[in-house]
Design a protein around this ligand. Structure first.
Ligand SMILES: [Zn+2]
Ligand SMILES: [Zn+2]
Length: 236
């Protein structure tokens, strides 16, 4: 077992991750799931309950945003009081920030429909996929973003390759820093890779900040601090 962030939504106590899954009952909706993580007092909150309120609020933000900078959009979403330090809502937010910035940069897209589809797909990628599947959800979210933009499906040719390359590029960049997991670090890295690949592939140019600075390190007990490229004061 490994102890993680103080993130129990019920009592605030640290979460405990077990290496094998067991049946757990969600403390909010009372449904049963196979899960890895409960708090020290045994509370378990399912992914859907964990992200519901936050996702509604960040989607409303995306629909209003005129920004072409997906890192700024993401940082604004992360400031929402119902978006927690870590959690599977990041698997939706990364793609949503990209879809919004892509749309605002002249990319052809029905943004409302795209955000709805992103929420549906992103919700299917569970928390902890990074360490348990070897496939960080922030990276998967970039693949979902590009799939929505290009209309890729399991049966398409060129776009099938492109969406898999997108996720692969994001994962390769994310893997370089090692763990423990940080949904802020991996989200920033994934978005940056997607901006670069989108320009290469589709010629749509989104904006990136000159340097990406994370304002969440104090909230993250597993922060890599000086070993993280986004830690304030770290040289590029
Ligand atoms: Zn608890
Ligand atoms: Zn629940």
């Amino acid at each position: 077992m490994t102890r993680g962030e103080g993130a129990c939504l019920i009592c605030g106590k640290p979460l405990v991750y077990e290496h094998t899954m067991r049946e757990m009952t969600c403390s909010i909706c009372r449904r049963k799931f196979l899960g890895h993580a409960s708090c020290e007092d045994g509370h378990y909150v399912c992914d859907e309950c964990h992200q519901k309120k936050g996702i509604e609020s960040v989607m409303a933000y995306c629909r209003e945003s005129r920004s072409r900078n997906p890192i700024r959009i993401l940082q604004e979403m992360m400031e929402d009081p119902y978006i927690y330090m870590h959690g599977p809502e990041h698997h939706i937010m990364v793609g949503a920030a990209l879809l919004t910035a892509y749309h605002n940069s002249g990319g052809k897209l029905d943004l409302d429909a795209a955000l709805e589809e992103m929420t549906a797909r992103g919700s299917q990628c569970p928390g902890g996929a990074c360490g348990f599947w070897g496939c960080c959800g922030a990276a998967v979210s970039t693949g979902m973003y590009l799939s929505i933009v290009t209309g890729a499906t399991p049966l398409t040719g060129k776009t099938w390759g492109q969406v898999n390359e997108m996720t692969a590029r994001a994962l390769a960049a994310i893997s370089k820093w090692g763990g423990p997991r940080c949904c802020k670090r991996t989200s920033f890295t994934a978005v940056r890779e997607a901006v670069i690949y989108t320009k290469e592939l589709l010629g749509v140019e989104m904006e990136l900040p000159e340097t990406i600075r994370c304002s969440f390190s104090a909230e993250n007990r597993e922060c890599l601090r000086k070993a993280c490229p986004y830690y304030p004061g770290t040289p590029e």
